[in-house]
Ligand binder design. Structure first.
Ligand SMILES: C[S@@+](CC[C@H](N)C(=O)[O-])C[C@H]1O[C@@H](n2cnc3c(N)ncnc32)[C@H](O)[C@@H]1O
Length: 386
């Protein structure tokens, strides 16, 4: 089932979607007629072999559904590498741990840049939930940095020992399943998914989930307001805090501080779907064939970090971060005699930093443990008071 305004799926994609839908419908029946949206999103994205991130379908880049910053320009990873260098240089056997490495291109570009800076980490670990993407990452790294492959390791689970180094996650938080809610006269309702008349449908039910109810009530939103909340965020931040003995966690994603996230005018939330470069707001269609995302509440990230004993050392817009970590210098080194390449690279850099592109909506937050030096990425602009 798909909206007619969207490009029709290929027959093999449609078959995949039908298999996944059948599994979800089964789960809905077994659960008595409905499942919480958070479970629907988890199954749509991460069911082994069939979920959006778990299947072999192409997701990133022009031929996929959306394009992330490291896919747009290697400058993104090179700037991240500059920030990593500042931290890694002080450690003996530093490790970089990347969550959700997508196509693997960011890892390849970071390793290349750190090699040029003579600051390679002893190990570059990748923790990826999707087996299909893990294969893709291995191909990418083999192609781009075969001589550095021995430093790269894919982890099946979190490391047993805490590391010294840098933990990275670009556009990972937005891909985490979220709880969806609606404020009603009689209380806070959780949004569920049922299956009626051969299609997935929204349902809602006043929630008995105490922590969820309290967190939404505290936001003091008007009746009718629909939005979402990542209830798994605190546990995730606690987990990554536990594995960082000393160093930096850099999280990059689209989102806002809480007061903007739950702004009265954003009364339908931030849930978005991406399918072949079309953005729309219906997650119940194209099951398994489209990305489903929600923006990140960076105030919640900061609170979770404090609770986990981390220091929030920087928070800024992507544009400011990239400008502070060397983007102007990288641009100045481009050969302008090679006109075509020059124009292309500068155009891509613009996409990363212009306010109406990725520059303002995307934010970078730095969480640290035992790092005293001010981080270079936040010297131009730091909005730590979220
Ligand atoms: C939107 S993609 C971003 C990919 C890549 N970081 C990039 O910027 O191109 C989200 C990625 O996060 C992964 N992912 C989602 N939840 C995760 C988790 N809890 N742990 C590790 N990876 C996760 C997905 O499988 C996917 O690789």
């Amino acid at each position: 089932m798909y909206q007619s305004s969207l490009p029709p799926p290929h027959p093999e994609s449609l078959a995949l979607s039908q298999s996944l839908s059948a599994q979800i419908i089964d789960n809905i029946h077994q659960a008595g007629g409905q499942i919480p949206f958070v479970d629907f999103m988890k199954q749509a994205l991460y069911t082994p072999k069939l979920g959006y991130y778990s299947s072999g379908l192409r997701k990133f880049g022009k031929s996929g559904d959306f394009t992330t910053a490291p896919e747009i320009s290697p400058f993104f990873a090179q700037c991240l590498a500059n920030q990593c260098q500042q931290v890694l240089a002080d450690f003996d056997d530093p490790v970089i741990l990347e969550f959700g490495a997508g196509s693997g291109i960011m890892a390849a570009d970071i390793l290349t840049a750190l090699e040029n800076l003579h600051c390679l980490p002893t190990q570059y670990w990748i923790l990826e939930v999707s087996a299909a993407l893990r294969d893709r990452q291995q191909e990418t790294l083999k192609k781009h940095v075969p001589h550095l492959l021995e430093r790269v390791q894919w982890l099946d689970q979190l490391p047993q020992q805490a590391i010294q180094g840098v933990i990275l996650a670009n556009e990972v938080l937005d891909a985490m399943p979220i709880h969806r809610f609606c404020v009603e006269e009689q209380g806070i309702s959780e949004l569920y998914v049922g299956y009626q008349d051969s299609k997935f449908v929204w349902q809602q039910q006043v929630t008995e989930h105490q922590a969820f109810k309290e967190a939404v009530t505290q936001l003091q939103l008007p009746v009718g307001y629909i939005s979402e909340m990542n209830l798994a965020l605190s546990a995730w931040i606690q987990t990554i805090s536990d594995i960082l003995a000393k160093g930096l966690i850099l999280l990059i994603d689209y989102g806002f501080p809480s007061h903007e996230y739950y702004h009265p005018e954003r009364s339908q939330g931030t849930l978005m779907c991406h399918y072949r470069h079309h953005a729309h707001s219906d997650p119940l269609t194209l099951v398994g064939l489209q990305d489903i995302t929600a923006h990140v509440d960076f105030t919640a990230v900061a609170h979770a970090a404090h609770a986990a004993g981390l220091h929030v050392s920087g928070y800024t817009r992507q544009a400011q971060f990239l400008l502070a970590t060397g983007l102007p210098d990288l641009l100045s080194k481009l050969d302008f005699h090679d006109t075509q390449n020059y124009l292309q690279q500068t155009q891509h850099a613009k996409t990363l930093i212009l306010p109406n592109e990725m520059g303002d909506l995307f934010k970078v937050i730095a969480l640290t443990r035992d790092i005293d030096t001010p981080l270079s990425g936040f010297v131009r602009d730091d909005r730590c008071r979220l």
